[in-house]
Design a protein around this ligand. Structure first.
Ligand SMILES: NC(=O)c1ccc[n+]([C@@H]2O[C@H](COP(=O)([O-])OP(=O)(O)OC[C@H]3O[C@@H](n4cnc5c(N)ncnc54)[C@H](OP(=O)(O)O)[C@@H]3O)[C@@H](O)[C@H]2O)c1
Length: 348
């Protein structure tokens, strides 16, 4: 199988670096262009990127010259563009690329809630990929939800589809790498918790309902689950942790809840893709798990870990915590899985 050449936009950032590290030995894709801002253009990638992931910068990329957005002239050269651009800057750039025939897989917020853009997690809403046919073309945009939303949506989908979820409260404890390569000043987070992250609570309250929604007519009808979110920043390097309290639509037993979450799988066309985890959700029974340092790498960062499952005596109030890698399942790994699914389905 020939490899599809891809461009990474925002390649020097936290998400861009994760793309570069995950694509290093990818069986279907190879990095052909690394794109960033004017600050980095012309520099060797190793000099422009303040490398964060464990391990060395992949040798094939280290000496590549960073390019600017205008260098992306031909969708024949890089049909797929993975975007790790900041919100705001991303919107017009990604629209323009799609108009010129590129297939864009983005992590930025700008197009997430566009009616014809899927907020894709193939294990949850593979059918939403069809939405790209409604875009004006010849290229199109597929979006990832916010990192915290993706991590929450997996166990929420498992429970909502099997039992039904009436309402949900969530408090996130989000890692420093979620704030980008420049991150948060160490002195702001050492011995401290920041009780607000601009824009995050709105995204966490709305994006899972679009991903879980029904494809109908010209768009997605969101699933009407009220989600009440509080998002905080904590001094963890990588891995968003979320404490969830939800109300089930009918009484269940703890055994049923555990089984429904642990047995959650994507459709057959998703299982077996190069980046798909064998089990998207790991259920951990030890009372001191999951922990960011121990569990963020589950299935190369593509599985989320659920623990501390507790059911109220009425069988409907359920509490648990969920942890996932914000830059892998919450960003670059999710985009790569989306692109694998699109390629396997003949969209690329
Ligand atoms: N970090 C996470 O865990 C995470 C998770 C999910 C989604 N996201 C989203 O992913 C996107 C990237 O986040 P990040 O954390 O990787 O941010 P980041 O570390 O600040 O990186 C931003 C990247 O975009 C480049 N850039 C900035 N302005 C540009 C422009 N006008 N033209 C071209 N390139 C430009 C930067 O290049 P220079 O280095 O040259 O300035 C850098 O490569 C954001 O939309 C964010 O909301 C992040």
């Amino acid at each position: 199988m020939t490899k599809t050449p891809v461009a990474v936009l925002g390649a020097t950032g936290a998400v861009g670096q994760r793309f570069v590290s995950l694509l290093a030995d990818h069986p279907w894709f190879e990095v052909a262009a690394l794109v960033a801002s004017d600050r980095s253009v012309g520099k060797p990638y190793a000099d422009a990127a303040p490398w964060i992931p464990d391990g060395a910068i992949p040798a094939a990329c280290a000496s590549m010259k960073v390019e600017g957005v205008p260098s992306l002239t031909s969708p024949e050269k890089t049909p797929i563009v993975f975007s790790g651009l900041p919100g705001g800057a991303a919107g017009p750039v990604e629209s323009d690329l799609a108009r010129r025939g590129f297939k864009v897989f983005t992590n930025a917020r700008d197009h997430r809630m566009d009616a014809d853009v899927p907020l894709l997690i193939p294990e949850v809403n593979a059918d939403h990929l069809d939405l790209v046919k409604r875009q004006q073309g010849p290229g199109w945009i597929v979006a990832n939800g916010n990192c915290t939303a993706i991590i929450l949506t997996l166990p929420l989908a498992a429970l909502h589809r099997a039992i039904g979820v009436e309402e949900l409260h969530v408090t996130s404890m989000q890692a420093l790498s979620g704030a980008g390569a420049a991150a948060v000043a160490a002195l702001d987070v050492t011995d401290n918790i920041l009780p607000h992250i601009a824009g995050e609570e709105e995204k966490l309250s709305t994006e899972p309902t679009k991903t879980l929604g029904r494809l109908e007519g010209d768009g997605v009808v969101p699933e009407p689950i009220p989600i009440h979110a509080t998002c905080t920043r904590v001094g963890v390097r990588e891995g968003h942790f979320e404490s969830v309290h939800l109300r089930l639509k009918r009484p269940a037993t703890l055994d049923e809840v555990r089984q429904r979450v642990a047995e959650f799988r994507g459709p057959p066309g998703v299982q077996g893709l190069p980046s798909a985890p064998k089990m998207p959700i790991h259920v951990l029974d030890a009372p001191d798990r999951p922990q960011p340092r121990r569990d963020r790498e589950a299935e190369r960062g593509m599985a989320v870990s659920v623990g501390r499952l507790r059911l109220d005596p009425d069988g409907r109030g359920l509490r648990f915590v969920v942890l996932g890698s914000n830059t892998v399942r919450g960003a670059a790994g999710q985009s790569i899985l989306n692109a694998e699914y699109a390629r396997a389905q003949g969209f690329v």
